[in-house]
Design a protein around this ligand. Structure first.
Ligand code: SF4
Length: 179
């Protein structure tokens, strides 16, 4: 069933990532997700990978319509011994992003010329984001939820459950669009 995606799933596994094939039509994009960014997130607007510095939900919906396949990527970490998970999240998501980014590059090399990663969390390649102009534009990616993807539903479509408020297990989630 995986066909031409099999190599990438294997490569993901070698990196410690779980990869689940998804049809893009099963990835829900909802306007209401934008509420969570604009009203309630203390980091709103502080990074160029976040709203309002990125494409709108409506623009993303159109872009997504030009893809048919994706890999849902999960990087699960045991954080049961971590005292401050929120503090650890900075390094965890950076490390996770680097793995997923490498997978995106591999996908391109394998012929998926429009491979594009939606990264876990906001970009933190720099300690403080240079809001004037991105200093590493080749690595600038936004998160699925930043453009309205309902990750909880997307995971359900893949037969998975997204659990909240579980500090003993931290999961970085990315989506690799493939075409
Ligand atoms: S690479 Fe740096 S400047 Fe660019 S979006 Fe990320 S944190 Fe901001």
């Amino acid at each position: 069933m995986l066909g031409k995606f099999e190599d990438l799933v294997e490569k993901a596994s070698e990196m410690g990532l779980k990869a689940y094939f998804m049809s893009v039509k099963d990835i829900p994009v909802e306007n209401r997700i934008a509420l969570k960014c604009a009203y309630g997130c203390k980091s709103y607007g502080k990074r160029l990978s976040c709203p309002p510095h990125i494409m709108s939900v409506e623009e993303f919906r159109k872009v997504l319509g030009e893809y048919s396949s994706a890999l849902l990527l999960l990087d699960e970490r045991d954080t049961s011994r971590v005292q401050d998970v929120l503090e650890a999240w900075t390094e965890i998501r950076k490390d996770s992003f680097h793995k997923m980014y490498e997978l995106e590059q591999e996908a391109f090399r394998e012929g998926f010329t429009f491979a594009h990663l939606l990264r876990p969390g906001s970009c933190n390649e720099c300690d403080i984001c240079n809001l004037e102009m991105c200093v590493k534009p080749e690595m600038r990616r936004f998160a699925p939820e930043a453009v309205g993807i309902n990750l909880q539903k997307a995971m359900e479509e893949a037969g998975l459950v997204l659990e909240f408020c579980k500090p003993e297990k931290t999961i970085c989630i990315g989506i690799l669009l493939l075409e």
